[in-house]
Design a binder for this molecule. Structure first.
Ligand code: UD1
Length: 379
């Protein structure tokens, strides 16, 4: 059974790796990694393949950056060609990036029985689509990811969810119950797979930081970084917070580009306590997370990883598609206005908190493999 695993942007690599390894151990499965090329810098893409022990992608679409329509359209066209040539049995998409929605749409619309050409003139069953990390909703359609989630979940044949709230969202949208399979959080599989390597690092030493005595910052959402005014206000705030506790901030290319355009970056580089660094590989980055006092982020994955580790997390967004990290975890939402107080609150409180979310246990990939087997038996 040929199974395409679609990877596109940085957080996708951590989601496909455990599944690739689990499928590779199955005699009936042939996992094939397809990289759409949405992220292409060495430190946004290649270094993750190395850390996660996955081979170079067998298929590379090399689409690169662009507007939403351009990027989505490029992936759609490029992946349709691949589908016609390679006819996989199953396409696994992960997360909520533009490539997730584009590959889902390409696979859902291909129907070789209705006249689409195949390179060898044979008829193939259309590929099924499985969405890993299905059902998450921020209910905020100004986020491109929310649109991608809705499109993907409406079209996928198998919906693998991380938590109960995701099941409920899908049922509310009219998705048939038998399509929904709660499998847990695949990111935690990567974390557990590499836990020893992560803990053996001392990345914080490279920046003269001490465990528990620094905060970790990541910001890349358009709503926080695309407007020069918002970004400038945020950076000034970070400099002020860093006088209380040093901050380390690996800068996403989107954030860097915006900061360079406005000249803020130069000013920020002069601050000793706000340590701006290039994007890091998974193991070094996670070592910094494991040892930080708190994380300040707008990333989805970090909300989950900090909850799993019991580390306080401040999410600089008005909403989250991962509410379980607030109700059962360490996460809190905040605005630019409430940020400084949120940091003070954390510094005055406990360093760690016990959290337990069912099925966030490092065994999600095994559950997905079982679910794929059952699905193909049932059709
Ligand atoms: C994308 C995802 C977002 C995810 C994030 C993780 C969408 C709509 N957004 O956002 O959900 O959280 O990835 O990082 O799919 N760039 C580079 N080098 C790269 C990649 C990007 O320089 O390797 C720069 C380019 O200027 C590009 C910009 O970053 O235009 C944005 O990249 P893009 O893939 O469009 O969106 P992200 O902000 O990375």
């Amino acid at each position: 059974m040929k199974i395409h695993l679609i990877a596109a942007a940085r957080p996708n690599f951590m989601k496909i790796a455990p599944l690739y390894h689990a499928l590779k151990r199955e005699a009936w499965a042939e996992p094939v990694i397809v990289h759409t090329g949405q992220h292409y810098d060495l430190n946004m893409s290649d270094v993750f393949f190395e850390d996660l022990g996955i081979p170079e992608p067998a298929i590379h679409l090399s689409v690169g950056s662009g507007t939403h329509a351009e990027q989505t359209g490029q992936v759609l066209m490029a992946y349709e060609k691949v589908l016609i040539e390679r006819h996989p049995d199953l396409v696994v998409v992960v997360g909520d990036v533009n490539s997730t929605a584009a590959c889902t749409l390409a696979a859902a619309k291909i129907n070789t029985y209705n006249g689409l050409p195949t390179t060898d003139n044979r008829h193939y069953r259309r590929p099924y689509v499985g969405h890993l990390e299905a059902g998450l909703r921020s209910f905020d359609r100004s986020m491109p990811e929310e649109i991608n989630r809705m499109v993907t979940d409406a079209l996928a044949d198998i919906l693998w969810t991380p938590s109960e709230d995701a099941d409920e969202n899908l049922i509310r949208e009219g998705v048939a119950k038998q399509k929904i399979h709660r499998v847990g959080n695949i990111m935690i599989d990567s974390l557990e797979m590499l836990r020893d390597k992560i803990q053996n690092q001392q990345t914080y030493n490279d920046y003269n930081l001490k465990p528990q005595q620094y905060g970790m910052v990541t910001l890349h959402r358009p709503s926080n970084v695309d407007s020069p005014e918002t970004l400038a206000t945020l950076f000034e705030l970070l400099v002020r917070i860093s006088k209380k506790i040093p901050l380390v901030f690996p800068i996403h290319p989107r954030t860097r580009k915006s900061a360079e355009q406005t000249g803020i970056l130069k000013r920020m580089n002069q601050s000793k306590e706000l340590v701006l660094v290039e994007p890091l590989n998974y193991i070094r980055f996670m070592n910094l997370v494991f040892n930080c006092r708190f994380a300040l982020t707008d990333s989805g994955g970090i909300q989950e990883e900090t909850t799993y580790l019991g580390i306080p997390c401040i999410t600089l967004r008005p909403n989250t598609e991962r509410p379980i990290t607030i109700t059962h975890g360490t996460n809190q939402l905040c605005t630019v206005d409430s940020l400084a107080a949120a940091v003070d609150g954390i510094l005055a409180g406990a360093a760690r908190q016990e959290c337990h979310i069912p099925l966030w246990d490092g065994k999600t990939a095994a559950r997905v493999v079982r679910s794929i087997k059952d699905f193909f038996k049932s059709i």
